[in-house]
Write a protein that binds this ligand. Structure first.
Ligand SMILES: [Zn+2]
Length: 433
């Protein structure tokens, strides 16, 4: 065991009591973080990060070369489990859905969790041309979430190398299913598991690069696959039969004309559209995938309603036109429309006076780092929606082009991100410098 018992009891580290007020709690957190940052152990940890960059970039590129599409993360999960063993985490294992766990022991029954999603948005056959140029690496997934997983590994490796005092144990988690249709399935599973549900005191989620944001509020989303089916037919001889592609096009036209407020910010997207078999066939089906996001549940519901209305109207329109076109033939129209929910991410907020927000703010002050509190959709949505303390932050460095083949990561500034994560974890765990 590489950590020593904390010298004081934990009461000193607890959030301010109601009489003391939030300002007092913030000052306490600031003092705590300043003490930590000044300790020789933490200073040597900071130095250690500096020397590790070649190893870190090696891990990052190696991982990015292993495909990890939604629902296909197992090879990357095995790789991560191997790294967890290599850096000396205990109790390494992979759960039923593919989440990878490793423990760094401490004192106390509850854990501080450090997690990073291992899945990418890229389908299995995406060419993973990962390359390095100076301080930059390029290729799908290098930043999202290569930066997050690499930072998690850096912290795990550090804790086994440099002796740091801390109280609560750490659980490291490489989780599946954050992106797209994964719909946070990895995190949902963890927070539905008796072992973890109530034993994770604080969740620190690492997602992407950077050190300039704190996601402390969970942006909700609703996603649908819409399938329109018709009788189909020959483009010439069955002319007049209702056309599912035309129905979708009309519905999209109406739906996307819906006004959305700037505050609370509300968005929609038609991300995928499919349908038809050949140029001379009236399609039997057409489908689309729709993403609705908002910080307001009411707005999401309003947009969902609008989408359903637009579809109904388009079906009626096209059925009527088809009847007029083929009146002579008396062809039955037979159009159906199915709306299948494929994702629903709960919205949520940190409880008032949450210690995790006090700590990360104190850490940013200590490191002279300007960071903005944001609302986004991340793995932190799950603990946040359950009323638990969670934030999502970046793994340091900088990145861009997320979710594109032009994605890049630049390791300049990675150290700041790592220092920020380390101080946050130690302060949440409870340490005496
Ligand atoms: Zn991500």
């Amino acid at each position: 065991m590489s950590s020593n018992p904390p010298r004081s009891d934990m009461s000193e580290l607890a959030p301010g009591s109601p009489q003391q007020g939030p300002q007092h709690a913030q000052q306490q957190a600031q003092l705590e973080v300043a003490r930590l940052a000044a300790s020789p152990e933490v200073r040597s940890a900071f130095n250690w990060f500096r020397m590790q960059e070649p190893q870190l970039v090696h891990w990052q590129m190696e991982m990015a070369r292993i495909p990890a599409p939604p629902f296909g993360e197992s090879a990357r999960g095995e790789w991560l489990a191997e790294r967890f063993r290599e850096v000396g985490l205990d109790d390494g294992r992979i759960d039923d859905v593919g989440n990878v766990f490793g423990i760094h022991p401490g004192f106390g029954k509850r854990y501080v969790s450090l997690s990073a999603h291992i899945d990418t948005v890229f389908p299995a056959n995406t060419p993973l041309n990962i390359r390095q140029q100076g301080s930059r690496i390029y290729g799908p997934g290098v930043s999202d979430n290569g930066a997050g997983v690499t930072a998690m590994l850096a912290i795990a490796a550090l804790l086994r190398t440099v002796r740091l005092r801390h109280a609560l144990p750490f659980v490291f988690i490489g989780n599946v299913g954050e992106e797209g249709e994964g719909d946070l399935r990895g995190m949902r599973h963890i927070f539905a598991t008796p072992r973890w549900k109530d034993s994770i005191a604080y969740s620190v989620v690492l997602d992407g690069a950077g050190a300039d944001t704190i996601v402390a509020e969970a942006l909700g989303s609703r996603r649908f696959e819409v399938i329109v089916r018709g009788p189909g037919g020959h483009s010439w001889s069955d002319f007049g039969a209702p056309n599912p592609i035309v129905i979708l096009a009309k519905a999209i036209d109406t739906f996307t004309a819906m006004p959305v407020p700037a505050t609370p910010k509300t968005t929609f997207n038609i991300g995928v559209i499919r349908g038809g078999t050949s140029v001379n066939s009236i399609p039997e089906s057409a489908s689309m995938k729709v993403d609705i996001r908002s910080t307001s549940m009411t707005e999401m519901e309003r947009l969902e309603q609008g989408m359903r209305l637009a579809l109904n109207r388009a079906v009626e329109d096209e059925t009527m036109s088809a009847e007029m076109r083929s009146a002579a033939q008396k062809r039955p129209a037979g159009v159906s429309c199915e709306v299948v929910p494929i994702g629903s991410r709960p919205a949520g907020e940190l409880p008032q006076g949450a210690r995790i927000l006090q700590v990360i703010r104190a850490v940013d002050t200590q490191l002279n780092n300007a960071a903005q509190v944001q609302r986004a959709s991340t793995d932190a949505n799950i603990p946040l929606s359950l009323g638990q303390e969670a934030i999502a932050i970046g793994g340091g460095g900088s990145g861009g082009g997320a979710h594109t083949l032009q994605e890049w990561f630049d390791s300049n500034g990675r150290e700041l991100g790592l220092r920020r994560i380390l101080l946050t974890l130690l302060a949440l765990s409870g340490v005496e410098g």
